[in-house]
Design a protein around this ligand. Structure first.
Ligand code: UD1
Length: 436
C-alpha cells in the first residue's frame, strides 16, 4: 500500500495549474449513456474515481478511450448491459449517477447500492423517489436497485427534502429523455450541476434554471454526440491555496474560477489572508510571520452551494488547528464527517467534538506523526497538516487521496514541498468512508 511521506515546515511559494473537477467529470461521463453519438471530453482528470466510471461504462458495453491529445472519447451506442455491479459501485458513491441515464435509455437498469452507509437505501433514497415520480417501478433486493420503466419515463414535479447534488444530476439526466416537462425544486446549485446542464444542452437537451433552486427540463426524443469540457476542480484549488496558507507561503492557482470558491475565499480573508484574483486565477498570501502577523481563527458551517462546501471542511480544520484563537466548525451535510479529527490530534491539534461541531483551539505548532487517511478530504487535511508540522509525517492508505487529487506530490513539489510517495507491493484493501 502506498504511503506519502512529508518533511514539514517549508513555506510553499509558486503557481499550480488546477485539473478538471472529479465531481463534474463523473456526471458528465454518465451523461454519455444518453447520447446517440460519440461524446468527446476535454479536461478529464486522471483519477481513480474517473477510471472506475470508465470501467463502469465499458462494462455496459461502451467504447471508452483517451486519444493522443488527452481527450476522452465515449460512445455508448453499442452498450447493451444496463448494470452497475457491486465491485465497482462499492469504491465510489457516485456510481449511482448511471441509474437515471440507464433507465431513460434502456427502460430498465440494475445498480448496486453504494457502501459506506449503515442505513440501507438512504444514500440514494431521494434519487429513487424522484425516478418513481417519473414513472419508474423500483425494487431494492439484496443490495441491488432494480428499476423498470417499460413505457419510458414521463415528466414530473419533484421536490427534494434535502438538497442532493448527485440526486439533482441523476434526475436531470433522466428527465432529458422523459416525455414532457420535469421540474426539480430545491435542486442543488453547485457549479458541477451547471456544468452538467451546459453539457447536456450541447448534446441537445432542453434545460433551464440550473444554478438556481428550480430546474426545468423539457424531454426530447434523443440526444446527440458532441464535445464537452469539465470545469476546474474548486476543491483541488482551495486545497492548494490552503497548502500555501498553512505553511506561511504564497500560492497562485490557475485555470480555475474564483466565483466557484466565494464562500471559502470570503472566510479565508477574515482569517487575515490576502486574496487576489483575476478571471481564471486566485492568489492567497498567508499572514506575514516575519511582521508578527498570524492566521486568525473563524467559525464555519458547511452548507449546500453557495454555502461553505463540506468537501473543504477537513482542509479548513487543518488551517484552524494553527490559527490564533478558537474556531467552531459545524458539519451540516454529512453525519460523522470528522474522521480526520483523531488523526490531527495525533499531530498535536487541540480539537474537541460536540455533536456536529468541532471546537478547535489553535496551537502554535503541529508535530509530524504517522497518520492514516480515512476518506478523500480527510486525507487532504492530513497532507496540509503534514506540510506545516515540524518533522516527518507519514500518511498511509493514500488510495483515498488518489481518488480525487491528480498528481498531488508532483504539484506540491513544484511549489517547494518536501513530499515523497513510497510504493509497496502490499495488497490494497480499501477501507474507509465514502463521503464523496
Ligand atoms: C456530492 C459530491 C460530494 C459532496 C456532496 C455534498 C459528487 C460526486 N460528490 O455527493 O463530493 O460532498 O455532494 O456537497 O458530486 N442524502 C439522502 N438521500 C439521498 C441523497 C442524499 O439522505 O437520496 C443526504 C446525504 O446522506 C447527505 C446529504 O443528503 O447527508 C447531501 O448528499 P448529496 O448532496 O446527495 O451528496 P452526493 O451527491 O453523494
Amino acid at each position: 500500500m502506498d504511503k506519502i511521506i512529508i518533511q514539514g515546515g517549508v513555506p510553499l511559494h509558486g503557481t499550480i495549474e488546477i485539473s478538471g473537477a472529479k465531481n463534474a467529470a463523473l456526471p458528465l461521463l454518465a451523461a454519455a449513456i444518453l447520447a446517440d453519438g460519440e461524446v468527446i471530453y476535454q479536461r478529464i482528470p486522471h483519477l481513480k474515481d474517473i477510471s472506475t466510471m470508465m470501467t463502469l461504462l465499458a462494462h455496459q458495453g461502451a467504447d471508452v478511450m483517451f486519444d493522443h491529445k488527452n481527450c476522452l472519447h465515449v460512445d455508448t451506442r453499442m452498450a447493451d448491459k444496463p448494470v452497475a455491479p457491486y465491485e465497482l459501485v462499492k469504491t465510489m458513491r457516485a456510481s449511482a449517477l448511471v441509474l437515471g441515464p440507464l433507465l431513460a435509455r434502456f427502460g430498465h437498469a440494475e445498480v448496486s447500492l453504494p457502501g459506506g452507509c449503515a442505513i440501507g437505501a438512504r444514500p440514494i433514497d431521494l434519487h429513487l423517489k424522484g425516478l418513481e415520480a417519473m414513472g419508474a417501478h423500483i425494487e431494492v433486493e439484496h443490495g441491488v436497485v432494480k428499476a423498470h420503466a417499460p413505457q419510458g419515463l414521463h415528466g414530473a414535479r419533484i421536490f427534494f427534502d434535502i438538497v442532493t447534488v448527485t440526486g439533482t444530476e441523476n434526475l436531470m439526466m433522466a428527465a432529458t429523455l422523459a416525455k414532457g416537462e420535469t421540474i426539480i425544486e430545491n435542486a442543488a446549485r453547485e457549479p458541477e450541476v451547471v456544468n452538467l446542464a451546459d453539457s447536456l444542452r450541447r448534446l441537445g437537451a432542453k434545460i433551464k434554471g440550473d444554478g438556481s433552486g428550480t430546474i426545468t427540463i423539457q424531454g426530447v426524443p434523443s440526444l446527440h454526440g458532441g464535445t464537452i469540457e469539465t470545469i476546474a476542480d474548486r476543491i483541488e484549488a482551495a486545497t492548494y491555496l490552503s497548502a500555501g496558507i498553512i505553511t506561511g507561503g504564497d500560492i497562485t492557482v490557475t485555470k480555475t474560477n474564483p466565483a466557484d470558491l466565494e464562500a471559502f475565499l470570503t472566510k479565508i480573508k477574515t482569517c487575515g489572508v490576502k486574496v487576489d484574483s483575476g478571471d481564471d486565477w486566485i492568489r492567497c498570501q498567508a499572514p506575514k510571520r516575519e511582521n508578527g502577523e498570524k492566521l486568525k481563527s473563524t467559525n464555519i458551517q458547511t452548507r449546500p452551494h453557495p454555502g461553505f462546501p463540506t468537501d473543504l471542511q477537513a482542509q479548513f480544520m487543518a488551517l484552524m488547528c494553527l490559527a490564533e484563537g478558537t474556531s467552531d466548525i459545524t458539519e451540516s451535510i454529512f453525519e460523522n464527517r470528522f474522521m480526520h479529527v483523531q488523526e490531527l490530534a495525533r499531530m498535536g491539534a487541540d480539537i474537541h467534538l460536540d455533536g456536529h461541531t468541532a471546537i478547535i483551539r489553535g496551537v502554535s505548532q503541529l508535530s509530524g506523526a504517522p497518520v492514516m487517511a480515512t476518506d478523500l478530504r480527510a486525507s487532504a487535511s492530513l497532507v496540509l497538516a503534514g506540510l506545516a508540522a515540524q518533522g516527518t509525517t507519514t500518511i498511509s492508505r493514500v488510495y483515498h487521496i488518489d481518488r480525487g487529487y491528480e498528481r498531488i506530490e508532483e504539484k506540491l513539489k513544484q511549489v517547494g514541498a518536501q513530499i515523497e510517495r513510497h510504493s509497496t507491493s502490499e495488497q490494497l484493501i480499501p477501507q474507509g468512508m465514502l463521503y464523496d
